[in-house]
Design a protein around this ligand. Structure first.
Ligand code: SAH
Length: 227
């Protein structure tokens, strides 16, 4: 089966996983996930699995990206802060759903690759920053939506401050083995939290680094369900 048929099959899998927002399904049907992963994994691009992208990190599992984007309830005029750009796959999807994406990544080498991929695909409504996402993006704040792809123990205070009243934040919280995906709505009364179920993301780490040299076997397959 060729990659575009596999992509259509992936979208059918997303529906079965509970993703039914037509805008989210539409963008995930357009974006070529194979462009965001190392050559050795091309044929696995549309498996519903996270895959290694180097530096000890992974591209998130498609069903998890779909669920997060759906939970975000993002509209076409919104400005969104994304923490943990990684490969840039979710960034590309967000860019097609909203007006502007402000993406932060702490590993410079990953961010440079993501930037090239987005440029190649003529995605021009994304602003990228190499930094610790825990501080948010103060000059860009407040944001209509905030999304994070790495799990902190507690909601980072700076992110809460940078969310507009009426805004929504979707992020995993908790230590490895005990994480949930949370949707947090900011209203006049404060923050309303909603547990969207168990997930397994890489940890939200402090500080920004050039690269992360870790030993990686060439075809190491991360556990299913990990993001
Ligand atoms: N959505 C991305 C997920 C990448 S994994 C994709 O599908 O490719 C999560 C990413 O979060 C990693 O690249 C990791 O380096 C990054 N990350 C972890 N803690 C961070 C922080 N404090 N600030 C910015 N990025 C962070």
């Amino acid at each position: 089966m060729n990659l575009s048929s596999r992509r259509i099959r992936m979208v059918m899998g997303l529906r079965r996983a509970g993703v039914n927002d037509p805008r989210v399904l539409g963008v995930m049907e357009q974006i070529e996930r194979e462009r965001f992963i190392p050559p050795a994994w091309q044929m696995d691009a549309y498996e519903d699995a996270p895959l290694p992208i180097g530096h000890g990190q992974t591209i998130s599992q498609p069903a998890v990206v779909g669920k997060m984007l759906q939970a975000l309830e993002a509209g076409p005029r919104m400005r969104v802060l994304e923490i943990g750009v990684g490969s840039g796959y979710q960034t590309a999807a967000l860019a097609r759903l909203v007006r502007a994406v402000f993406g932060i990544e702490r590993i410079k080498a990953l961010l440079s690759d993501a930037k090239l991929r987005l440029e190649e695909q003529k995605i021009d409504n994304v602003f990228l920053r190499w930094a610790d996402g825990g501080k948010g993006w103060p000059e860009g704040a407040p944001f209509d939506r905030i999304i994070a792809a790495a799990a902190a123990d507690d909601m980072p205070g700076a992110l809460a401050d940078q969310l507009k009243p009426g805004g929504i934040m979707v992020l995993p919280l908790g230590a490895a083995g005990n994480q949930s995906l949370w949707r947090i709505r900011r209203d006049d009364a404060g923050f309303q939290t909603e547990d969207l179920g168990a997930v397994a993301f890489v940890p939200f780490l402090p500080g920004a680094i050039e690269a992360n040299h870790v030993a990686e076997t060439s075809r190491y397959r991360p556990a299913q369900g990990a993001a």
